[in-house]
Design a protein around this ligand. Structure first.
Ligand code: PLP
Length: 409
């Protein structure tokens, strides 16, 4: 049996707990700023128009069936997914330096990468520590710890400016032992919404190259942050162009609105060298073994939807339009929230709301203020003051601004 000292009761996942509390709240004024899922201006989940079309194509395909995918997943997806990240004419792709595996969305990609590094990435027989930004997506801590990799954090968020603690980050990267694994959010950092500028990315890349650190990119918001797929992949492309060996966990949950379908990919990119293609082939063979023992083969439906869109010019163009719709609405809500708070003369500065990018904003609200927003105004957000911008709409943004104003005073 499993006594409590061996299997203690674990706490509920805070985010899913928050979602449950929101659902149970009978107030007509309630606002969900917790979970990171896109909502339209009516507060409803949005099935992208391009996803509806791809679904229609799939349903009318007489060849479609429910057979297993290969272990590495749907090749028509993984190839295009790599192009989406690196650019269609990337030398890394033509030189066969990219190994791509379809995964259980972004989480599965981070996990597969963590597992691969735990098994194969050692220097002098010793694991390297994984450095996570402080703060980061909470699941990073669990995923890397679960595979037995040591973790540490590097400074990221500056509480004063509510922007990037660039000096602190650089100092930590310089101090970390050579060859450390550095987890980087490619764009739309979760939970802060704070991204390095292109110039800062260049400095980070140079510093990491000098220290021979191993970049582990997590990209869950490509196209969703700025509305431009290429721009949101800029950080990854910069590192790849510098000839750095790295891995990438890629999620299609947010940018395709395929949350529950669990579509994503993991990519290994070798540094350019005469044996890069051979290294890549060996890595791919080991990823396949890991994948087989973990999930056997990945799920098919979301992969097919994404693949149909990525392989059709007209649908791809429509997807880009859909991305601009989502990112544009979020940017508009950032502007609306900031200007309403400024109109109200709410104490403090609110420029960070529009300086930050992507799904989330780190408001700077304290835990006490967050709890008061929940109890007095039925507004739900995580205790660290993170709000999901997608939960705001033209009908509730004023209510939220007024509530924030009340709890801040
Ligand atoms: N990584 C980051 C930084 C995220 O914010 C998320 C989702 O919230 C994920 C990975 C993985 O999400 P999913 O497994 O739904 O693709």
């Amino acid at each position: 049996s499993f006594p409590p000292d061996v299997v203690p009761q674990a706490p509920e996942d805070p985010l899913f707990g928050l979602m449950r509390a929101y659902k149970a709240d009978p107030s007509p004024n309630k606002v969900d700023l917790g979970i990171g899922a896109y909502r339209d201006d009516n507060g409803k989940p949005w099935v992208l128009s391009v996803v509806r079309k791809a679904d229609e194509i799939l349903r009318n395909d007489p060849e479609a069936n429910h057979e297993y995918l290969p272990i590495a997943g749907l090749a028509s997806l993984t190839g295009k997914a790599a192009e989406l990240l690196l650019g269609p004419s990337a030398p890394a792709i033509s030189e066969k330096r990219v190994a791509s595996v379809q995964t259980i969305s972004g989480t599965g990609a981070v996990h597969l990468g963590a597992l691969f590094l735990a098994k194969f990435y050692k220097i002098d027989g010793v694991h390297r520590t994984v450095y996570l930004s402080n703060p980061t997506w909470a699941n990073h801590h669990q995923i890397f710890t679960n595979v037995g990799l040591p973790i540490a954090t590097y400074p990221y968020f500056d509480k004063e400016t509510k922007g990037l603690d660039f000096e602190g980050m650089k100092r930590a990267l310089a101090d970390a032992p050579a060859g450390s694994i550095i987890l980087l959010h490619a764009c739309a950092h979760n939970p802060t919404g704070v991204d390095p500028s292109p110039e800062q990315w260049r400095e980070i890349a140079a510093l990491m190259k000098e220290k021979k650190h191993f970049p582990f990119f997590d990209t869950a918001y490509q196209g969703f942050a700025s509305g431009d797929l290429d721009r949101d992949a800029g950080s990854i492309r910069l590192f790849v162009e510098q000839g750095v060996e790295l891995v990438i966990a890629q999620s299609f949950a947010k940018n395709f609105g395929l949350y529950g379908e669990r579509a994503g990919c993991f990519h290994f990119v070798a540094a350019p060298s005469s044996d890069a293609a051979e290294i890549t082939s060996r890595v791919a063979s080991q990823l396949a073994i890991l994948q087989r023992s973990e999930i056997s083969n990945p799920p098919i439906y979301g992969a097919r939807i994404a693949s149909i869109v990525l392989n059709d010019q007209a649908l791809f163009a429509e997807w880009q339009e859909n991305l601009r719709t989502m990112s544009g609405r979020i940017i508009a809500m950032r502007q609306a929230l900031r200007s309403k708070l400024e109109e109200l003369g709410t104490p403090g500065k609110w420029n960070h709301i529009t300086d930050q990018i992507g799904m989330f904003s780190f408001t700077g609200l304290t835990e006490a203020q967050v709890l008061k927003l929940r109890s007095d105004f039925h507004i739900y957000m995580t205790k660290n003051g993170r709000i999901s911008m997608a939960g705001l709409n033209t009908r509730n943004v004023e209510y939220v601004a007024k509530a924030i104003d009340k709890v801040v005073r």
